[in-house]
Design a protein around this ligand. Structure first.
Ligand code: SF4
Length: 456
């Protein structure tokens, strides 16, 4: 932990508030540094098919114009690596210098090819090599390519896709995520390769915050100072997506953890950037509170110019206290743009925050991927249709995932899943089991509701 930047008591609830920013090393991705004393960087991921070079270039230009510091593209095979090279060339020719990150799953050879093209490569230890020995050997080869090309590496652990050897030993837990990250980080350090960033994403905000905190402590204990990339996966869209992301990311930022953030929304990637930028500004205004006694019911008032800022302030202010069990309930009043917020809306948002912090569940929990180059259908209208058809099913977790390659692994502990299986085709899951395979998309929402109803 670094030097406290601010420390003030919040007399209203007797909380002692201390803010430190964790000291990390600086790494430079395509000329844009992060970590150290750099500002917290914001990034997003394209939703285009990476093979569609023109569409991907156009989307990268839009997110760069929106202020993204980096952009990530799904890079599942060698053809996508070739497309990535063309995308990079066309962006540079257009005068756009945004660094490109290749998102690779499953294939170490693709990661090595991508490391020669992209500014940074993200790998997932959960699906990089089948055995510990194989993963170690492949990582060593990848490090050599990264070193030769000045490419940064992200060790991107995901709660939903831990390696079997980790879940067998540690369960599907933050501890399993920690061991997964540390195994790869130790190999990087053994080879004195330090151009490394690390992430510990989950869709459950409590799992996510615990995993990052465990990692920060373990890295401190082993004298590692790799920067952290923060994100909540499959957060969904609209108010709920913003609240979930802001609670997880905001809690950690307020604690001084985090060097780059991705607010993952099931919306156009350029929508993520203003939310991420505002979050990075707002979170340190609510430094992490150490509570001595639990506050039974937190009551707040917010005066904000716009509704989106209200969501972020609620999440950064009340979110950490609810998430960490320091407060048991939450209500608020607000003036938005000078007008009082209607009580019904305020109550609805307070319940949404209680659900995002996993204090109280009053509606179904939706786990929806943001979409990427692998997405097999138009996610936004499908998510809206699923939400409309299942709104009364309180207590259920329903996943809406764009592809069958990563979707089933990443929908974590969802009770039911709607997963893209092929063009125009959907497979429905009950827990981790596919129960209706390859049904036409036109009837998939109806079939999902029928499946849920038949079980109730
Ligand atoms: S589940 Fe599939 S489509 Fe959705 S973001 Fe992950 S890889 Fe992309």
């Amino acid at each position: 932990m670094g030097k406290p930047l601010s420390s003030k008591p919040d007399n209203s609830y007797g909380l002692m508030i201390v803010y430190h920013r964790r000291v990390t090393r600086e790494v430079t991705i395509g000329g844009v540094p992060m970590g150290g004393a750099q500002p917290v960087r914001v990034q997003t991921m394209t939703t285009t098919n990476t093979l569609d070079v023109a569409a991907s270039v156009a989307q990268c230009l839009r997110v760069a114009a929106a202020g993204a510091d980096y952009v990530r593209l799904t890079t599942q095979g060698l053809r996508e690596v070739e497309a990535l090279a063309k995308i990079k060339q066309q962006l540079r020719a257009a005068g756009c210098a945004i660094p490109l990150i290749a998102d690779v799953h499953f294939t170490p050879n693709v990661a090595m090819a991508a490391a020669a093209v992209a500014d940074k490569v993200r790998i997932n230890p959960g699906n990089f090599g089948h055995t510990q020995e194989e993963a170690g050997e492949q990582l060593e080869k990848l490090i050599a390519v990264c070193r030769a090309h000045d490419t940064v590496l992200r060790i991107g652990v995901n709660h939903g896709s831990l390696a079997q050897r980790m879940t067998e030993r540690y369960g599907d837990s933050p501890q399993g995520m920690l061991e997964s990250a540390m195994e790869f980080l130790r190999i990087c350090r053994k080879h004195d390769f330090n151009e490394v960033v690390v992430s510990m994403k989950a869709s459950n905000t409590r799992v996510m915050t615990e995993a990052y905190r465990l990692l920060a402590k373990a890295m401190d204990d082993e004298k590692m100072d790799y920067p952290l990339h923060l994100g909540v996966t499959e957060a969904g869209d609209g108010d709920d997506g913003r609240l979930k992301s802001a609670v997880g990311i905001g809690t950690l930022l307020a604690q001084g953890l985090g060097d780059t953030v991705r607010v993952s929304l099931t919306e156009a990637p350029e929508h993520e950037i203003p939310v991420a930028k505002a979050l990075v500004q707002i979170a340190p205004e609510y430094p992490y509170a150490l509570c001595c006694e639990k506050i039974p019911a937190l009551v707040r008032h917010y005066d904000v110019p716009a509704r989106e800022e209200l969501l972020l302030r609620m999440a950064c202010d009340a979110g950490p206290l609810l998430l960490d069990g320091c407060a048991g309930d939450f209500t608020f009043t607000a003036n938005v743009g000078g007008k009082p917020l209607d009580k019904a809306q305020a109550d609805e948002l307070a319940l949404a925050l209680l659900q995002a912090t996993r204090v109280r569940f009053t509606k179904p929990e939706y786990i929806a991927c943001p979409g990427c180059g692998r997405t097999l259908y138009d996610l936004q209208p499908v998510l809206a249709a699923v939400k409309a058809a299942t709104a009364s099913l309180k207590g259920l977790k329903i996943a809406v995932m764009g592809c069958i390659v990563n979707g089933p692994g990443e929908m974590a502990d969802a009770d039911y899943g709607y997963v893209g299986a092929g063009p125009g085709l959907v497979t429905l899951y009950k827990g981790k089991t596919p129960v209706k395979k390859n049904i036409p998309q036109q009837q998939a929402v109806e079939e999902l509701v029928a499946l849920i109803t038949s079980d109730r």
